[in-house]
Design a protein around this ligand. Structure first.
Ligand code: ATP
Ligand code: MG
Length: 434
C-alpha cells in the first residue's frame, strides 16, 4: 500500500537527483550564466546589419563596446548588455536599430495557454522571451504554472511561496477586502454594512507590506525578469477556492491584472505568461490579464481534439466571468474579457510528415487566419536543450552541429517575427497610459 508518505519519500529522492543535474548543467556555482554572442550572430542574426558595415562602425568608434576575443581569435564575442549598447548607439542609413514600441503605452501582455499538457507552452514562452530580449525588448515573464518549468529554465530554483502568483493573489485579497470594508464603513446609509474579516493565516503574512517589485526576480538574462513559480504553488488552486469563500465579492480572476496595472508603464515592453495545463484560478488570472492569447498545439489529431475542448472550456469560463457581480474598484474592469488578438500556433511540426501537413490544413480550414503562419518545427536541438533547460538562443552553436542549430533557430525566429508583428499591431490598439 502506498500513502502520501511514500510519494513524499519518492519525491525527496527525486529532488536530490534534480539538484545534481542542475549542478552539472549550469556553471560550477550552479548558477545559470548567459553566454556571449559572436560577431557573426550579432551582425547577421541579432542586429541584422551587414557584417562589414558593423566592423566599419566598430573600427571607426573605439568607444563602442568591442567584445572579447575567444579561442580561435577570429571572432569577437559580445554580452547582451554590449549588444544593447550597440543597438542604442549605432544607426544604419539613419535608421535606429531599436525595436518598435508605441509611445504612451504600457507593456503588452501575451498568455501562452492550452490545457493540453506538453503542447509546448513553456518552450514557446521561453523562446519568445529570449528572442524578444535579443531583439532589444525588456521582458517580464510570469510563471503561472506550479510545475515551475519556466522559472527553472530561467535559472530560478529556490523561490519562496509568497513570491509567486499565489502571493499576488493573497495580497490582492487582503487589499481588496480592506478596500471593500472601508467603502462599507464610509457608507452613509445609517445602517453599518458588514465588515469582512480574513483569518490571521492570510493577514499575518505581511504580504500587503511587500513592495510591488519584491515579487519580481532577475534572471540570467539582463533584460528579462520573472515573477516566478515554485513547486509548492500547486496548493494555490485549493487556497483560491477558500479565498473566494471568505470574500465572495472579490474579483479573484483580476488579481494579477490589477498587480500588473500598477507597474510603471514603461518598465517593460513584453510581458509573457506561461500557463499551467489546466483551467483554474491561476490560468484565469493569466487569460484575464492578457491582451493577446497564443494557443500552442501539437500537430496530431488528439492534440487538435483537446485544443478544441480547451477553447470550449475557456469560452465557458469567460462567459461565467461575464456574470460576475462582485465588488470591483470603479473604472478598472471591462467585461466580457476581450483579447486584442488570438492565435493558434502549431508546435513540434515536421514539414515532411504528411499527417502534420494534413492537420495544419485542418487547423487553417477551421480557424482560418487565426492560425499562425509559421509553425514551430520539431527539432532535436530543442529536445536536447530541454534536457539542459536552455533555449536555442542560449545554446552555443559550437556545442552542436551548426546546421541543426541554424535550422532550429530559423524556425523559432520565424515564429517570433510573426509573434512580434502581431504584438506590435495589438499594442497600437491598447489605450494610452494615463
Ligand atoms: N519544437 C520542439 N521540438 C522538439 N521538442 C519540443 C519542441 N517543443 C517542445 N518540445 C518538447 O516537448 C516537451 C513538452 O514541451 P513543453 O514543456 O514546452 O510543453 P508544455 O505545454 O509547457 O507542457 P506542460 O503542459 O507540462 O506545461 C518538452 O520535453 C520539450 O522539450
Ligand atoms: Mg509548461
Amino acid at each position: 500500500m502506498f500513502t502520501y508518505r511514500d510519494l513524499e519519500a519518492l519525491q525527496a529522492k527525486s529532488l536530490k537527483m534534480q539538484g545534481a543535474i542542475r549542478n552539472q548543467t549550469f556553471s560550477p556555482e550552479s548558477r545559470k550564466v548567459l553566454r556571449r554572442f559572436s560577431s557573426w550572430e550579432v551582425g547577421e542574426l541579432i542586429l541584422k546589419v551587414n557584417q562589414s558595415t558593423l566592423r566599419g562602425r566598430l573600427a571607426a568608434d573605439p568607444t563602442l563596446p568591442q567584445g572579447l576575443v575567444e579561442d580561435d581569435g577570429r571572432q569577437r564575442w559580445y554580452s547582451l548588455d554590449e549588444i544593447n549598447e550597440l543597438r542604442r548607439r549605432i544607426k544604419v542609413n539613419r535608421q535606429s536599430l531599436l525595436p518598435p514600441r508605441p509611445q504612451n503605452k504600457r507593456a503588452i501582455r501575451a498568455a501562452i495557454a492550452n490545457f493540453k499538457g506538453g503542447a509546448g507552452k513553456s518552450t514557446v514562452a521561453l523562446h519568445f522571451a529570449h528572442a524578444a530580449a535579443l531583439d532589444g525588448y525588456r521582458v517580464l515573464c510570469v510563471d503561472f504554472d506550479p510545475q515551475a518549468t519556466l522559472s527553472h529554465s530561467m535559472g530560478l530554483s529556490d523561490v519562496a511561496e509568497e513570491y509567486t502568483v499565489w502571493g499576488i493573489m493573497a495580497r490582492d485579497l487582503i487589499m481588496e477586502t480592506e478596500r471593500m470594508n472601508s467603502v462599507a464603513r464610509g457608507a452613509e446609509s445609517g445602517t453599518a454594512l458588514p465588515q469582512r474579516k480574513l483569518p490571521a493565516s492570510i493577514t499575518g503574512m505581511g504580504l500587503e507590506n511587500l513592495r510591488m517589485t519584491d515579487f519580481i526576480k532577475p534572471t540570467n538574462w539582463p533584460t528579462i525578469d520573472i515573477l516566478p513559480s515554485c513547486a509548492n504553488a500547486a496548493f494555490v488552486e485549493f487556497a483560491s477556492a477558500q479565498y473566494r469563500h471568505l470574500n465572495p465579492e472579490w474579483s479573484f480572476f483580476a488579481a494579477v491584472s490589477r498587480y500588473l496595472d500598477q507597474l510603471a508603464p514603461d518598465l517593460y515592453d513584453f510581458i509573457i505568461f506561461d500557463c499551467p495545463p489546466a483551467i483554474g484560478y491561476q490560468s484565469m488570472n493569466a487569460v484575464f490579464a492578457a491582451d493577446v492569447l497564443y494557443i500552442p498545439s501539437g500537430p496530431g489529431y488528439w492534440e487538435y481534439d483537446s485544443t478544441t475542448s480547451f477553447i470550449g472550456q475557456l469560452s465557458e469560463a469567460l462567459e461565467d466571468l461575464d456574470r460576475f457581480s462582485g465588488n470591483v474598484p470603479a473604472g478598472t474592469m471591462n467585461l466580457p474579457k476581450a483579447f486584442v488578438d488570438l492565435r493558434f500556433l502549431l508546435t513540434r511540426f515536421e514539414t515532411s510528415n504528411e499527417l502534420h501537413g494534413a492537420m495544419q490544413q485542418a487547423f487553417v480550414k477551421v480557424f482560418g487566419d487565426r492560425v499562425a503562419e509559421h509553425p514551430i518545427e520539431l527539432t532535436r536541438a530543442v529536445e536536447q536543450s530541454g534536457r539542459f533547460l536552455s533555449s536555442i538562443y542560449e545554446i552555443d552553436y559550437r556545442d552542436m552541429t551548426r546546421e541543426t542549430w541554424r535550422r532550429a533557430r530559423a524556425s523559432f525566429d520565424r515564429a517570433y517575427d510573426e509573434f512580434k508583428t502581431n504584438m506590435v499591431a495589438a499594442w497600437d490598439q491598447l489605450e494610452d497610459k494615463a
